[in-house]
Design a protein around this ligand. Sequence first.
Ligand SMILES: Cc1ncc(COP(=O)(O)O)c(C=O)c1O
Ligand SMILES: N[C@@H](CCOP(=O)(O)O)C(=O)O
Length: 530
Amino acid sequence: MASSSSSLFQSSPLSLKPKTSTPPVPPPKPHFLKPHFFRIKASTQSTPSPPTPPQPIVSKPRRPADENIRDEARRNNNLHANLFSAKYVPFNADPSSTESYSLDEIVYRSQSGGLLDVQHDMAALKKYDGRYWRELFDSRVGKTTWPYGSGVWSKKEWVLPEIDGDDIISAFEGNSNLFWAERFGKQFLGMSDLWVKHCGISHTGSFKDLGMTVLVSQVNRLRKMNRPVVGVGCASTGDTSAALSAYCAAAGIPSIVFLPANRISIAQLVQPIANGAFVLSLDTDFDGCMQLIREVTSELPIYLANSLNSLRLEGQKTAAIEILQQFDWEVPDWVIVPGGNLGNIYAFYKGFHMCKELGLVDRIPRLVCAQAANANPLYLHYKSGWKNFKAIRANTTFASAIQIGDPVSIDRAVYALKNSNGIVEEATEEELMDAMAQADSTGMFICPHTGVALTALIKLRKSGVIGPADRTVVVSTAHGLKFTQSKIDYHSNDIKDMACRYANPPVQVKADFGSVMDVLRKYLSKAPKH
Ligand SMILES: Cc1ncc(COP(=O)(O)O)c(C=O)c1O
Ligand SMILES: N[C@@H](CCOP(=O)(O)O)C(=O)O
């Protein structure tokens, strides 16, 4: 598929050897609901007040020099202490089920072997209305207050309500850019309200940071409680391992990552290596690595960090809440998410659904899950009318992080799609690479997985399912800089059986004035005029 070197670009010299209960008290009013929080509009005042003399500017005093931001948080932040709780329950359990586990237990599966879900005490959360939550979350954005400066922990009450701020390991992840894709929307789709949620513009370059801050924080808490957790492990197509190793390194916790040899990008391989993880390069695909890490974590005191572990999804769901927040709590019509192991599509559903259930919004968007045609078990399942899911052997794809044939969260994904009137689409290699190149040509620099999501959008626009004025959000899951080799191959026109229609290779020119002027004149004569 991808060529290893290129005639137009120097190939990389770098080669790496594998080496519980809620007290019935009335909710406290947060400071921002006090009257002074709301400004009176000038137009409502009948007579203008006389100008006040200028006051001397006094800076807010800084915290004492011997105090850090965690200490300061401990002194200030006891809002909501002990009011909320969460526990593990079997995923989509019968309402009569009484099976549940404390989040301080080490458990990944229900008694019947099914998936788990983190269930919040919704009755306690409902004591506060939607307006309260909207204003609380809005009040925390853009600050460095520990831990609320994080887009994940700014929703702490809905994520891990019981964890102490002292145990949290955060890189102030989240709060990622929601980009108005004006030119891409207009030029390629005739759309006016298209947005790209850049979850890859993040600490380790993917949305996995949102889940990993939660999981590693909980592990940190468990280790302080002397629970048997010697290290944390995952199987990965590159992004989970990058996030796990970074957060573990920040916490001083050993991390162990299982990677499919030669199936992830160099940038993704070097991330856990640099962060000091114990990296195993295994001669199998992602599904093989996943099987092995599940077996290993059931034998050794290594905590499982893949999204089979439902803690991860509590962090990832905040991206959905953040999208609503960034639209000032207006609900988009469509959200398109690339899917592989299929935890994230459910995380988005859960975030939107919680906002509806707790009164922050009155509906949820329709979800689209986009898969590479070379790794499309969910798409096939959808097309069969959700009959008899069959795992497949995934083929090589430029969207290497979603080259997964036996997704652990298949049941979660089906639930999310059925309950959001959702759709599944697929993208061939040529379609996803063209979409990526088109998006890049309008000023983005996206990853191939985002190319998969954009292809889904292009197809749904062409078929008229998505309308020209529908507010649509495409979730960009990783930073394009992790996948430069795929862009090099494309722009070198160096991919077998692919036309690379939008390739933009560099021009080799002799270093003299005449030659440079000749090429520039030719280029300018063809350049688009206003
Ligand atoms: C960049 C990227 N996009 C999309 C996905 C798909 O997410 P999920 O596995 O939660 O479906 C992954 C990981 O699988 C990923 O690393
Ligand atoms: N793309 C993922 C695959 C594993 O997914 P996870 O969400 O279950 O950890 C990766 O980057 O490893």
